[in-house]
Each structure stands twice: as structure tokens, then as C-alpha cells.
Design a protein around this ligand. Structure first.
Ligand SMILES: [Zn+2]
Ligand SMILES: [Zn+2]
Length: 130
């Protein structure tokens, strides 16, 4: 689900690696100001993750299906939808030390000039890390 790829900054030409999306056991959020990554393990989210799994009609992923089914059958909290869930996760992720906020949909940024105007390196092979 998560991918790691090489990107080139269109503004300053910096080449860097971008990790995109979460994995089977964590979410990857990005700061909406500087683009710093923050990963949040599902287990560290506690009930809010269970409530989201409870609200899903299909398992989150095949890799977590067994655990998800267990939660759906044994957890009795209120289910929540994805939008609500993402808001809560962003709240738990909190603020970056630059003052920005970690978000699910914040763009990747150049580590050198913080521009979000980046392109995928055409020579790159994508790496799937989870
Ligand atoms: Zn930041
Ligand atoms: Zn740059």
C-alpha cells in the first residue's frame, strides 16, 4: 500500500525520496506546512481505530482481515466513517514542530526549499514497502 519513490523538486532541482501512503499497520501523515512525515501505528490510536474498523463493510486490507474481523465481532463501540476517523487521527497526530498540522492529504514537499511543486523522478523504480 505504501510506496517509496524518488522525486525531483521543480523549483530547486533537489532529488529526494518520498514515502507515500500508510502501511498495513500504520498511517503516514504529512505536515501541511513543511511536508515532514509522521507515522502513527494503528495500535497507538486505540478505540478510534477500532470504531473505524467496526464501521467498514470490508476488512481494511487482506493482511489485517483476521484482526479486523475480530474487532468487528468483539468491539462494541460506536462505528465511525472514514471522514470522522481521519479527523480524529489528525487530532492525535497533532502539530509539527514547524507549527503546521499533520494531515492525511498534505502534499509531499521538497526538504530543501519546502516547495510542493515536485515531480516523480522518471528514472526511478517505485519501491513498495508494505
Ligand atoms: Zn512541519
Ligand atoms: Zn526544492
Amino acid at each position: 500500500m505504501g510506496t517509496l519513490y524518488s522525486a525531483i523538486c521543480n523549483d530547486c532541482g533537489e532529488k529526494f525520496q518520498v514515502s507515500d501512503g500508510g502501511g498495513f499497520s500504520f498511517h503516514l501523515l504529512k505536515c501541511d506546512k513543511c511536508g515532514a512525515d509522521k507515522s502513527l501505528n494503528f495500535d497507538s490510536l486505540g478505540d478510534i481505530h477500532k470504531r473505524y474498523i467496526k464501521g467498514l463493510s470490508v476488512p481494511y486490507s487482506t493482511a489485517t482481515a483476521e484482526k479486523d474481523n475480530y474487532i468487528r465481532e468483539n468491539y462494541h463501540g460506536e462505528p465511525i466513517d472514514e471522514q470522522h476517523y481521519h479527523k480524529e487521527v489528525e487530532k492525535i497526530a497533532g502539530n509539527c514542530k514547524c507549527g503546521g498540522q499533520y494531515k492525511f492529504n498534505a502534499p509531499a514537499r521538497c526538504p530543501n526549499c519546502k516547495s510542493a511543486n515536485i515531480a516523480r523522478d522518471p528514472d526511478d523504480r517505485m519501491i513498495f514497502y508494505d
